[in-house]
Design a protein around this ligand. Structure first.
Ligand code: IMP
Ligand code: MG
Length: 187
């Protein structure tokens, strides 16, 4: 066990808090005269959603959709599986999809097409993180918390093997590294 190792924190909880306050301001301004429905993608967006919506002063509704595209390690499976669909009516509503990270674009590309089938007035995308990589599916986020190069990150909703989502910060994991406290790869 690498107990003494410290996480390589890319974005602290303080940085995230400050960035979210700015994002809420932008989103509220854009949705001034609209009926906002937030659709959050399980499970990675849960901490982000909870902190984001707390900042809104106008009424909004939110719901969840469950999709997975990743295996339980670091590489995308390339397949989208829907585990839970939305259960509120989004017809003629202005939908904001909230997700943890835009990587290959497969998840959000699929989601946009899926949600458009319900006849919303608009669908925009808000992500906490955006990886600066070539997208497999051409999809753009309308609101981005932070951009980062093609590195693996965990914490604040993002998992490493389905754990560490609870951490209040976002940390980077090197190629042959595991999070502090996790059994090392050789053990
Ligand atoms: P995409 O479909 O390739 O854009 O990937 C989106 C999903 O992959 C995200 O919602 C995450 O669940 C997962 N993902 C992508 N990059 C990372 C990462 O660096 N750490 C943890 N999960 C990630
Ligand atoms: Mg994941």
């Amino acid at each position: 066990m690498n107990k003494d190792k410290q996480p390589n924190i890319l974005f602290s909880s303080e940085q995230i808090r400050e960035r979210l306050a700015t994002m809420v301001g932008e989103i509220e301004k854009d949705y001034r005269d609209k009926e906002l429905v937030v659709i959050a993608v399980l499970k990675g967006s849960v901490l982000f959603l909870a902190d984001l919506v707390r900042g809104f002063s106008r009424p909004l509704a939110f719901d969840f959709i469950g999709v997975s595209s990743y295996g339980n390690s670091r590489t995308s499976l390339g397949l989208i599986k829907m585990e839970k669909d939305i259960s509120i009516d989004i017809r003629d509503k202005d939908v904001l999809v909230v997700d943890d990270i835009l990587d290959t674009g497969r998840t959000l590309g699929w989601l946009k097409d899926h949600l458009n089938k319900f006849g919303p007035r608009s669908v925009k995308i808000c992500v906490l993180l955006e990886k600066e990589v070539d997208r497999v599916i051409d999809v753009e986020a309308n609101y981005v918390g932070f951009s980062l190069p093609n590195v693996f990150v965990y914490g604040y909703g993002l998992d490493y093997r389905d754990r560490y989502r609870h951490l209040p910060y976002i940390a980077q994991l090197g190629d042959n590294e595991v999070p502090p406290g996790e059994k090392s790869l050789e053990e």
